[in-house]
Write a protein that binds this ligand. Structure first.
Ligand code: CO
Length: 440
């Protein structure tokens, strides 16, 4: 999930970008769209998710989708997708992510005995995060294999979420899905997941962002990638993957958030993309941010920009960050639009202090607290818990400030957006890219 901000929410100090914008590289990477593949005549869907509030056929539809999918994907034949990771690692020590030494003034940390001792104290916690990261790698490897044009977005999220539940041995809020699976298409950059009844079908010319969350004991792993089928988008995808890697490289203890944004912006804007004879410089979406992550809280206090924004706040030892970047052929600015699917309790509001007069809102809140705590959830998760007719209750909880809603975030119609995201941990002795895999 991504942290989104409107311009007016950004403190004035953060708006000064004077002098901070990096010099553009002189040699631009030219768009490398492979024209030889360009004769496929597939129609794109209309931009943005098609969603519906009609929940009547949801349960039957989901059951039928699931049955179809199991047959189509043959998922039962792939042991790596069926066996919980706890069984694959009998000593319950999960793989360490990519370790990167700190630089310059922080190089001493690499060999500090004192800092190593701090890490030993945290090992149980790190290991929870690594277990979630291992589940993430396996689920997304499987997702890459099976996601194809012609599948509905509902089928796609079911494959991913059922896989996550199985591999992490989902159990209440002890372990499970970290947030609703994002399957945002084209100009929609983030926070689209289907609600019941949504019939959106993935098309050959779509740009799909797959944003998957896994959590173990509150340690949320947040990592996303972009899937395309038409190679004409390759430069856009590469721009964003490399921009995210630049942000990860720049991140570290005592590093200013502005500097991470500047590093991302410099790499992202050095790419161009050619579509239908028109050349686009890839733009970072300037009002989307990475974010710090606390136990059970996906958006903790810090926002990591993807442009130089003047924010002098520093990253600190022990913090988890989602480093995520978004590139666009549109305006590079998103607005909330369309039917909402994602919600989460506002961790700063104590629901007990807010009087609720609508009985349905009270019962819904108790379901939410019991099953999700402060983790983000979507309408489909309420459906599968047997809740129905909850839309007014949800509205009431949002209006009272107990819940935040996270509607889809769209750039202008007709444009394309891509995303890559990793979860990193600023350990005392090194930076660990928890979700690094051989895919991205
Ligand atoms: Co995120």
């Amino acid at each position: 999930m991504v942290d989104a901000q409107a311009d007016s929410w950004i403190p004035d100090i953060c708006k000064t970008t004077g002098g901070a914008k990096p010099a553009k590289k002189s040699g631009k990477k030219k768009g490398q769209g492979k024209k030889g593949h360009g004769n496929a005549k597939h129609k794109s869907t209309t931009a943005g998710p098609k969603t519906g509030d009609d929940l009547s056929d949801d349960v039957d539809q989901l059951a039928s989708d699931l049955a179809t999918r199991a047959v189509l994907t043959g998922e039962e034949d792939i042991p790596e997708y069926r066996v919980p990771v706890s069984q694959l690692f009998p000593d319950h020590q999960y793989p360490v992510g990519q370790e990167c030494d700190y630089r310059d003034d922080n190089l001493w940390r690499t060999t500090s005995e004192e800092k190593r001792a701090l890490e030993r104290d945290q090992n149980v916690d790190y290991n929870n995060a690594r277990r979630a990261a291992e589940v993430h790698r396996r689920v997304r490897q499987y997702a890459r294999k099976v996601i194809q044009p012609g599948m509905t977005t509902t089928e796609i999220v079911n494959v991913i979420e059922n896989g996550t539940r199985r591999l992490v041995e989902a159990s209440g809020i002890e372990a499970g899905i970290g947030f609703p699976t994002g399957v945002s298409l084209n100009n929609c950059a983030a926070h689209y997941t289907p609600n019941a009844g949504d019939k959106t079908v993935l098309q050959y010319d779509d740009v799909l962002k797959v944003d998957i969350g896994v959590q173990v004991k509150g340690r949320i792993i947040d990592s996303a990638f972009t899937l395309t089928f038409n190679p004409r988008y390759d430069p856009l995808v590469e721009a964003v993957r490399e921009a995210t890697n630049a942000g990860i490289r720049e991140a570290g203890i005592d590093v200013r958030l502005n500097d991470v944004g500047a590093a991302v912006e410099e790499v992202m804007t050095s790419y161009e993309l050619e579509l239908d004879g028109k050349t686009y410089q890839v733009k970072p979406i300037r009002n989307l941010y990475g974010h710090s992550i606390d136990p059970y809280i996906i958006h903790a206090g810090k926002s990591v920009p993807i442009v130089a924004n003047g924010d002098q706040t520093k990253m600190e030892e022990g913090e988890y960050f989602a480093i995520e970047t978004f590139g666009s052929t549109g305006k590079g600015y998103v607005v909330p639009e369309g039917v909402c699917s994602h919600y989460a309790r506002n961790p700063e509001v104590d629901p007990k202090r807010i009087p609720l007069r609508v009985p349905r809102a009270k019962s819904l809140l108790s379901t939410i607290e019991k099953n999700f705590g402060t983790l983000p959830f979507c309408r489909r998760y309420l459906d599968r818990l047997g809740e129905d007719k909850y839309l007014l209750g949800l509205r009431n909880l949002v209006d009272s400030g107990i819940l935040n809603e996270y509607p889809p975030l769209n750039d202008i119609p007709g444009c394309f957006t891509a995303q890559f995201e990793h979860t990193i941990l600023l350990r005392p002795t090194c930076k660990e890219v928890m979700t690094r895999g051989d895919d991205y």
